[in-house]
Each structure stands twice: as structure tokens, then as C-alpha cells.
Design a protein around this ligand. Structure first.
Ligand SMILES: Cc1ncc(COP(=O)(O)O)c(C=O)c1O
Length: 322
């Protein structure tokens, strides 16, 4: 278990020591690297209260976590707080979602929308590169209750979206309806399915039966990749259900979105994207030449303080306090 409860003192020591390992803007020039210091006429770096405030101190120090830090090299300027982000990704993948240690990549995204689009982007590129798929042969398969980020992803990535109707009383997704939707998509020439299953929907809190999808996909013998949208339920459902197939013990699931800025009560900008190793590189932008280690994320520059905020919330409460 990597997730342990920590005292405020321990949290402070770890965060301040991480900030000390980052580049110090006041002693080192930052021209030429993706970093900028905050305007000190507005954001005082020396306020006395900062000594007791690791999150606000992280905001004031303004580390840029551009890129993905769970694989290969990363910007060395922010190595201290990147380690906190790596620890956080491991806690989420291993302690919360029951994956095996060191088998996951991930990063703190701007929110659930970005994390869902990131997953769909990766799988679209995977099908194109590994299966020579045409874009009109790939579709997004999700439920009628799925978040509208699926439609954004379809629009941005030039993919159709096929939605499985839900039972209007229970909001459940039935295997027979998934089968029908897959058959319709196949008739329209779809061969590759990017499947999004909900771990609590926005409007109803409903949880899709992941077996309804995997059984139907197996029966129809189609290629697919399965992502779980746990933006709403990711910090809730895994703690209420002991035995669940909605985690990384289920080999059919390749990636998960969790949003700390919902049930974990973190500040906005704290979506979490998690994926089994071997896939995030399908979203690599090699042209990101000024980013050490290149960039496999959708967003670009992002505040390292967001990773610190989530890590602090999890370690303050501990796995049992949750
Ligand atoms: C299930 C689900 N997915 C995705 C999102 C999008 O999250 P965000 O608003 O952080 O982009 C939400 C937001 O409510 C959601 O409930």
C-alpha cells in the first residue's frame, strides 16, 4: 500500500521539501524553460502564513507540470513536485483502483472532460496506428446518460458517437441494448469501438454494468478499448463497493478518469487520468521539442499545485479515514 495517512507536520515537510527540489525562481533565470514566476507585487512570496500553508505555498511557487511524469524523463526544474504527482497517480491506480504497482501512467488533468478526451484520443490513435483504421471505422460507444464530454471528443477527433439507451426508471444499461447498438454501428461500417462505461453518471449517480458492455462486445467479436468515466464516482464508488469489476483487476479496463474536484473536494483543475502502461505514448506529440521528455498529455502547461492539493487531501484523510 502506497497510500498512508499523514499528520499535518509530515505533509508540510514532504511538500516543502518537494518545493525546495524545484527550480528557485528568485536565484535562477528561467528564460528558455516553460516556467514563470508570479508577480510579487500581487503574490507575496514571504507572507508569514505561508510557513504553515503547503498548498498555498505551492500555488505561489507556481511549478509547471507540463508533460507526463510517470514515464521516462521530465522537466528537471520541477522534479520535487513531479514526484508528489507520481506518488498520487500510484495511490489512485493501486490503492483505490486495485492495479498492480508501477504498471500505470497518468497525470492530473484540468478535469473530467480533458481526461475523457485524452482516453478517446489515445485509443483513436491506437486503432489508426496498430490496425490501420480509417476514422469512419472507429466509433465512441457510451450510454445515453454519459457526460457530454463524449460528444466533445467525437466532434474534436472526428469520430461518430453511438449511445446505448438506458432504462428510464433504473437508468441501467442492458446487454441486449448494447448488442443492438453495436449491430447498428457495424451496419454503418464501424469496426473499432472506444467504449466508455460510467462509474456514476452526472445526473443520476447511476453505475453502468461493465459486463453488459464486455459481454456484448465479445459476442459481436469487435475490437475495443474500454475506459471508465469515474469523474463523478471515482472517489466514492470504490469505497462503497467491496467486490467490484469496475477497477484495474478487470483486465478489460485500460483507463479511468477520476475527478478530485468533485467528491474529493479539491480545487478545480484536479481531474485525474490513469492508464495501463504502453498506451499513453499514442498521444505523444514529438514536436514538443522544448519539453524535456516530450508531451503525452492533451493540455500543455498545468499547475503542479493541483497535484499537491489532491495528494494532501488523500494523505490527510488516509485510506481508512476515507
Ligand atoms: C460523469 C462525468 N464525466 C465527466 C464530467 C466532466 O468533468 P469536468 O467538468 O471536470 O470537465 C463530469 C462533470 O460533472 C461528470 O459528472
Amino acid at each position: 500500500m502506497t497510500w498512508t495517512k499523514k499528520s499535518h507536520q509530515e505533509i508540510k515537510e514532504i511538500v516543502f521539501s518537494a518545493l525546495d527540489k524545484n527550480v528557485n525562481y528568485s536565484t535562477k533565470g528561467v528564460l528558455g524553460i516553460p516556467a514563470s514566476y508570479l508577480d510579487d507585487k500581487v503574490f507575496n512570496q514571504d507572507d508569514a502564513f505561508l510557513d504553515n500553508a503547503p498548498y498555498i505555498s505551492s500555488l505561489i511557487k507556481n511549478p509547471n507540470h507540463i508533460g507526463c511524469h510517470t514515464r521516462g524523463s521530465s522537466e528537471s526544474f520541477f522534479s520535487g513536485t513531479q514526484q508528489i504527482e507520481r506518488d498520487l497517480i500510484e495511490m489512485c491506480a493501486v490503492d483505490i483502483l486495485k492495479g498492480k504497482p508501477m504498471e500505470f501512467d497518468g497525470y492530473v488533468a484540468s478535469g473530467g472532460t480533458e481526461a475523457n478526451i485524452q482516453a478517446i484520443w489515445i485509443y483513436r490513435n491506437y486503432f489508426v496506428r496498430e490496425h490501420n483504421a480509417q476514422l469512419n471505422e472507429i466509433t465512441i460507444l457510451c450510454s445515453a446518460d454519459s457526460h457530454y464530454s463524449m460528444d466533445k471528443a467525437g466532434n474534436l477527433l472526428v469520430l461518430d458517437v453511438h449511445k446505448v439507451p438506458v432504462d428510464l426508471d433504473t437508468r441501467e444499461v442492458a446487454e441486449v441494448d448494447v448488442l443492438e447498438t453495436i449491430k447498428t454501428a457495424k451496419q454503418q461500417g464501424k469496426k473499432y469501438f472506444i467504449v466508455i462505461s460510467n462509474m456514476m453518471t452526472t445526473m443520476f449517480g447511476s453505475v453502468d454494468s461493465v459486463q453488459s458492455y464486455t459481454n456484448a462486445l465479445a459476442k459481436e467479436e469487435v475490437e475495443y478499448k474500454l475506459h471508465i468515466d469515474g469523474a463523478y464516482g471515482g472517489f466514492y464508488y470504490p469505497f462503497t463497493e467491496g467486490d467490484t469489476s469496475l477497477n484495474f483487476r478487470n483486465e478489460h479496463i485500460t483507463s479511468v478518469t477520476l475527478d478530485a474536484h468533485k467528491m474529493a473536494q479539491a480545487p478545480y483543475g484536479t481531474g485525474i487520468f490513469l492508464i495501463r502502461k504502453g498506451f499513453i505514448q499514442y498521444a505523444n506529440t514529438q514536436e514538443a521539442s522544448y519539453v524535456e521528455g516530450e508531451d503525452c498529455t492533451l493540455i500543455g502547461s498545468r499547475s503542479g499545485a493541483n497535484a499537491v492539493a489532491i495528494w494532501m487531501i488523500l494523505t490527510k484523510n488516509g485510506p481508512f479515514g476515507w
